[in-house]
Design a protein around this ligand. Structure first.
Ligand SMILES: [Ca+2]
Ligand SMILES: [Ca+2]
Ligand SMILES: [Ca+2]
Length: 228
């Protein structure tokens, strides 16, 4: 009876919760739309399907850290990147993120900033449709100006946004100074991240854990009252 009450309290704590959320995992964009900058070369598909990364991640299943601390994007262009039209210094691309209920909000943006042109400065918006500049999430960000070597991503954290929506990357100040030979904006790869909700098995383990904590506390109280 008492154990039952303890479990009930633990479950209530978690649902009312301080919302337990697991470590952030990587989330892949499911669609894209070019808003400005021309059709360019390559396709934004190559910036959201993990092409060019040194190792692939499992959508919603791979920890953001340490993956993003070690996985580089290749400098090889063909099939791996997107460039806006030659001569453009700004561009905008929208990405559709639609995470399952296993993810509890989106609170990271990950950018492998293409090495030869790259993005000088960017804003990132969240909205309901391609090109919707509804909610300014990241403003005036200057990403790493990568040299001509395989490169790591920049990881940005912000307060949680809904699992589903369109994210518009508004790029300006292109190309970046280092190399900067091709006059355009370019993206190597993008990803999002959000805290994962534990699997049912994990919930059971946690409930078990709470039960044990309650049991131990009760035993402590009992032995205290005996010795008192
Ligand atoms: Ca890529
Ligand atoms: Ca490149
Ligand atoms: Ca660069």
């Amino acid at each position: 009876m008492k154990i039952f009450a303890t479990l009930g309290a633990a479950a209530a704590m978690m649902t009312a919760g301080a919302a337990y959320a697991g470590p952030a995992v990587l989330v892949e964009a499911k669609d894209h739309a070019i808003i400005s900058g021309g059709i360019g070369s390559g396709t934004p598909l190559e910036t959201r399907n993990q092409s060019g990364l040194a190792a692939f991640y499992v959508d919603e299943g791979t920890s953001l850290h340490p993956f993003t601390a070690v996985i580089t994007h290749t400098t090889i262009f063909s099939g791996y990147e997107w460039f806006s039209d030659s001569g453009t210094t700004s561009a905008a691309v929208s990405y559709f993120v639609d995470a399952s209920s296993r993810i509890k909000g989106i609170n990271h943006f990950v950018l492998w900033n293409e090495e030869s042109s790259g993005i000088g400065v960017f804003d990132l918006y969240y909205g309901a449709a391609p090109g919707a500049l509804t909610d300014l999430v990241l403003a005036g960000i200057t990403p790493t100006d990568n040299p001509l070597v395989d490169y790591l991503p920049d990881v940005y954290e912000f307060s949680k946004r809904p699992n589903t929506g369109w994210w518009t990357l508004v790029m300006d100040g292109c190309p970046q100074p280092i190399v900067g030979s091709y006059p355009a904006c370019a993206v190597g790869e993008v990803a999002w991240g959000g805290p994962s909700v534990p699997e049912p098995a994990t919930w059971a383990m946690m409930l078990g854990g709470f039960g044990l904590v309650g049991f131990a506390a009760r035993r402590r109280r009992q032995s205290l009252s005996v010795t008192a």
